[in-house]
Design a protein around this ligand. Structure first.
Ligand SMILES: Nc1ncnc2c1ncn2[C@@H]1O[C@H](COP(=O)(O)OP(=O)(O)OP(=O)(O)O)[C@@H](O)[C@H]1O
Ligand SMILES: [Mg+2]
Length: 265
C-alpha cells in the first residue's frame, strides 16, 4: 500500500542541496549539509532546538541565501534568490502561522496572492471567473479528500486542521512539486493531526516531494519515508523509517551512543 511505498533510489532527487553552509555572524547554523527529497517521498527533518532545521527550510524556500553550497531542482542547478523564485519553481512552504486571510472565504484563500506570482500559470489563470475559481477550488479539495462545510466560509471559522489543509491544498492547486511544512501539527489536536497526516500521504501519492519538520517523533514515524537528523548544524543521521526505531533516532538527535543509521541511503 502507498503508506509504505519507498522512493526509487535510482531516480533523480526532485530537490538536492549539496555542501550547504549558513552563518549568522559567528553562529554556524548549517555546516556543509547535504539534503535531498525524491518525488513521491516524505522526508522528516528532525533535531534539537537550534539544530538548523528552520534555517535549512528557509534556504529551500528562498528566504535565506546560503554562504556556501549548491542546489539542484529537477536535476538543474538553481539559485533560490527569493521566496518568489522558489515558488515559481514549484517549491511551496506552509509555515505554522499559515498566512491565510481570516476574513476571506476558502476559495479566495486558495487563489490568494497569485496575481503577484511570477509563475507562468498566473497569466491565464488570472482571467478565471469566480465560478471557475470556485469549481477549481472544489475539485482540488475533493481530489485531496479535504472535507469542509462550505468553500464560502471565512477561514477564521475553520479548525486548525482544516486551515492547514487549505494551505496545503493551495500548494497542490498551484502545481507545486515540493511542499515544505514547518511543524504542521504542533498546534493541532489528535483528530486534526490525523487529517493533516492523511493529506501528507496524498501529496506523496501524487508524486510530490514533502519535507516536514516535527518535534513529535510519533507523528514522524506515521508519515515519513526517510528521517534526516541535524545536530548543531550538521547532518548526523539518515534513517529509512521502516528500518529504524524512535530510540535510534533520538540517539542521533541527542548525540547518544547509537549512530547506526548514519550514512544510510
Ligand atoms: N536570523 C538569525 N539570526 C541569527 N541567528 C540565527 C538566525 N536564525 C537562526 N539562527 C541561529 O541558527 C541556529 C539554528 O537555528 P534554527 O532556527 O535553524 O534551528 P531549529 O532547528 O529550527 O530550532 P527549533 O527546533 O528551536 O525551531 C541557532 O543557533 C539560531 O540561534
Ligand atoms: Mg525551527
Amino acid at each position: 500500500m502507498t503508506m509504505t511505498q519507498q522512493p526509487n533510489p535510482q531516480g533523480q532527487p526532485q530537490l538536492a542541496l549539496t555542501g550547504i553552509s549558513k552563518h549568522f555572524g559567528s553562529v554556524v547554523a548549517l555546516d556543509n549539509v547535504d539534503f535531498e527529497v525524491y518525488p513521491g517521498e516524505v522526508v522528516a527533518l528532525v533535531g534539537d532546538n537550534g539544530a538548523g532545521k528552520s534555517t535549512l527550510i528557509k534556504i529551500i524556500a528562498g528566504v535565506y541565501q546560503p554562504n556556501a553550497g549548491m542546489i539542484t531542482f529537477d536535476g538543474r542547478a538553481v539559485h533560490l534568490s527569493s521566496p518568489q523564485a522558489a515558488s515559481a519553481l514549484g517549491i511551496a512552504t506552509v509555515y505554522q502561522d499559515l498566512a491565510l486571510c481570516d476574513n476571506l472565504d476558502v476559495v479566495a484563500n486558495l487563489f490568494l496572492g497569485r496575481e503577484r506570482a511570477s509563475a507562468p500559470l498566473a497569466g491565464p489563470l488570472r482571467q478565471l471567473s469566480e465560478e471557475a475559481m470556485e469549481r477549481q477550488a472544489i475539485d482540488v479539495l475533493h481530489s485531496l479528500s479535504v472535507n469542509l462545510p462550505s468553500v464560502h466560509r471565512p477561514v477564521a471559522e475553520l479548525s486548525g486542521g482544516q486551515r492547514q489543509s487549505i494551505a496545503v491544498s493551495r500548494a497542490v492547486l498551484w502545481g507545486s512539486k515540493v511542499v515544505l511544512l514547518d511543524e504542521p501539527t504542533a498546534a493541532l489536536g489528535v483528530e486534526q493531526t490525523a487529517l493533516v497526516q492523511q493529506l501528507i500521504v496524498r501529496l506523496r501519492e501524487r508524486g510530490l516531494g514533502v519535507v516536514i519538520i516535527s518535534h513529535n517523533l510519533a507523528d514522524v514515524f506515521k508519515v515519513a519515508d526517510r528521517i534526516i537528523v541535524l545536530r548543531l548544524g550538521r547532518r548526523v543521521g539518515t534513517f529509512q523509517r521502516r528500518a529504524t526505531t524512535p530510540e535510534e533516532v533520538v540517539a542521533a538527535i541527542t548525540g547518544g551512543v547509537s549512530l547506526a543509521g548514519e550514512e544510510v541511503h
